[in-house]
Ligand binder design. Structure first.
Ligand code: FAD
Length: 558
């Protein structure tokens, strides 16, 4: 059942085995998987409204125009590495969380990224090999919208066909622009065509796979909290309600936390609910540390500064934020492009769920490694998780007379933080991305731009690409390039690492490898915060697979 207001929960007077905070990727998966077992009564608390019936969320091509009522309206702190610029930072505040507002690209990343989870947590049961079956359990690969034959654009052996998350290749293509890229990859020594980016070896030119089914966005809410889950008598979804704090039990000698304080967004009315078994925090990489800090779980000194009563000194809560920085570059091109006729495209989408609005991003992207002889590796240790992990992603997009690319740094060394500004849990968190605070990252972006330049210098683009618009690290003075980078850099919205796993018993980290908050009974974290290093991919697939495995860990422990 779905409650839209706290009053409905109060009158129901039910008791819950598990309370899950946040209905994004982590929370939707966990609440849905746990309530598959009729013996567990599960409550899911989400700050935002329902995703159902919202056209702009369902239509993939409306991704850039989603109404701000469905997001948190975060703005970062002034970024030291970006000439003190503050940036708006989109995060979903609606059922489905950021998967209801994201770009839908489905990329798992490198096998090395997941093996690294095992290394840093001292628990090798986190690895590509153990997680791979969960990717398959989570996914349902379907034909592109309209049924286009996509063979030769992916490898069917690496996909799942019965899971809740629908994945498909683009409706359109290959366009002339796609064909040029494929031809260039045939001739390139550096970036080859890679049939399957989700095999654990993502490098190369790839066809984009997206969490889209039948031409509609498949968010975590669509996949995991659809009509069947909503009808379960043992699952309650409470919307428009913000969790403000977790509270320790007074009776227990060991810190035992199973009570949640929640506030109605509409009325401000607050109440508490207690789980019989566990409270699971899935409020995302900003929301989860925000909630822990407001509850007095974090660095003692930081908490005392904002007059929050410390209940558990856990210094790394909110530290270690890691995200993907993006930098736009451009070329002039000998091309014209017919602009999309939006009213006609919307009518087509409404009629049969086909057409350009079934696509949110381009058809192809590239993942590449910085060459091992690049000068930056003389000064800096390579931060990649292993040989299968690319350092750079380059998007491919034609706007007719111009070709644009976002150069994305997949292996940043810079780290940021999430803090609280006051002891009012309804105040926004202080989000510091720490972008470009490590010198490696500036040099790595330069190498990324050089990779993109070498790509468009390829023989297939002769006569098509007519010039590089820059910013060019090879012609601009170093300081001027750095300045242009600082002015134009943005994010791909992949924050992780703000409550990470570490070995059991370790002094650092926030969670044990089973995702339980260190030193606390009854409290786990299941979302992007737990991931120690940002994977070399768009992050939703990693959060899906973490949450699928977490659901089994939780089920098996009760
Ligand atoms: C604009 C954008 C584009 C993106 N594009 C892509 C892409 O193309 N491909 C890809 O793989 N990934 C993409 N991502 C990233 C991907 O969506 C995230 O990695 C993923 O959603 C993270 O899952 P999560 O469970 O950690 O957090 P979220 O999905 O953000 O869920 C957190 C949920 O918790 C709720 N919440 C927070 N605080 C509270 C509270 N105190 N009380 C109650 N509820 C609370 C939020 O409202 C939200 O619903 C994008 C993200 C954004 C924002």
């Amino acid at each position: 059942k779905v409650y839209t207001d706290l009053e409905q929960l109060d009158s129901a007077k039910e008791s819950y085995d598990f309370i899950v905070v946040g209905g994004g990727v982590g929370g939707s998966v966990v609440a849905s998987r746990l309530s598959e077992n009729p013996r567990y009564n599960v409550l899911l608390v989400e700050a935002g409204p329902d995703n159902e019936g919202v056209t702009e969320i369902a239509v993939p091509g409306m991704f850039f125009g989603i109404n701000r009522t469905y997001t948190w309206g975060h703005v970062t702190t002034p970024q030291v590495g970006l000439n003190d610029r503050s940036m708006p930072y989109t995060q979903g505040r609606v059922l489905g969380g950021s998967s209801s507002v994201n770009g839908m690209m489905y990329t798992r990343g490198s096998s090395d990224d997941f093996d690294l989870w095992g290394k840093v947590s001292g628990d090798r049961s986190w690895s590509w090999k153990t997680l791979f079956p969960y990717f398959l359990r989570n996914e349902k690969l379907v034909p592109p919208p309209g049924g286009r034959n996509a063979s030769g654009q992916y490898d069917p052996r690496y996909h799942g066909y019965r899971g809740p998350t629908t994945v498909s290749l683009p409706w359109g293509g290959p366009t002339d622009f796609d064909l040029l890229a494929l031809k260039n990859a045939e001739q390139s020594k550096e970036i080859k065509f890679n049939l399957e980016p989700n095999s654990g070896k993502p490098s190369g030119l790839i066809w984009v796979q997206s969490t889209i089914g039948n031409g509609e966005r498949c968010s975590a809410a669509v996949g995991f909290l659809g009509p069947e889950a909503r009808e379960r008598p043992n699952l309650t979804i409470l919307l428009n309600t913000q969790a403000t704090r977790v509270l320790p039990s007074k009776e227990s000698r060991q810190l035992d936390i199973r009570t949640l304080e929640i506030a109605s967004i509409a009325s401000g009315k607050t109440t508490t609910v207690t789980a019989k078994k566990e409270v699971i925090l899935s409020a995302g990489a900003f929301g989860t540390p925000h909630l822990l800090l407001n509850s007095g779980i974090g660095d003692k000194k930081d908490l005392e500064e904002v007059k929050v009563k410390v209940i558990h000194h856990l210094p790394e809560v909110g530290k270690g934020l890691s995200d993907h920085l993006t930098f736009p570059v451009g070329w002039t091109a000998n091309d014209t492009i017919k602009p999309v006729d939006y009213p006609a495209a919307l009518e087509q989408w409404q009629t049969n769920r086909t057409g350009p609005l079934t696509e949110a991003v381009g058809h192809q992207v590239m993942f590449a490694r910085i060459p091992p002889n690049a000068p930056l590796f003389k000064e800096h240790r390579d931060p990649a998780s292993g040989p299968n992990a690319p350092h750079i992603e380059i998007t491919l997009a034609t706007q007719g007379a111009q070709v644009g690319a976002y150069v994305v740094l997949l292996t940043p060394k810079s780290r940021g933080s999430v803090k609280i500004a006051s002891n009012n849990p309804l105040d926004k968190p202080l989000i510091d991305l720490g972008f470009l605070t490590h010198p490696f990252d500036i040099e790595a972006i330069k190498e990324g731009v050089r990779l993109a330049k070498r790509w468009y210098d390829g023989p297939a683009y002769k006569g098509y690409i007519t010039g590089f618009l820059g910013p060019d690290p090879d012609t601009l003075p170093a300081e001027e390039f750095a300045n242009q980078l600082k002015e134009a850099a943005g994010t791909f919205w992949h924050p992780v690492g703000t409550a990470t796993i570490s070995p059991k018993g370790a002094k650092h980290g926030v969670l044990d490898p089973d995702l339980k908050v260190k030193g606390v009974k009854g409290l786990r974290v299941v979302d992007g915060s737990a991931i120690p290093y940002v994977p070399t991919a768009h992050t939703q697939a990693s959060v899906y697979v973490l949450s699928e495995r977490a659901s089994d860990l939780i089920k098996n422990s009760w």
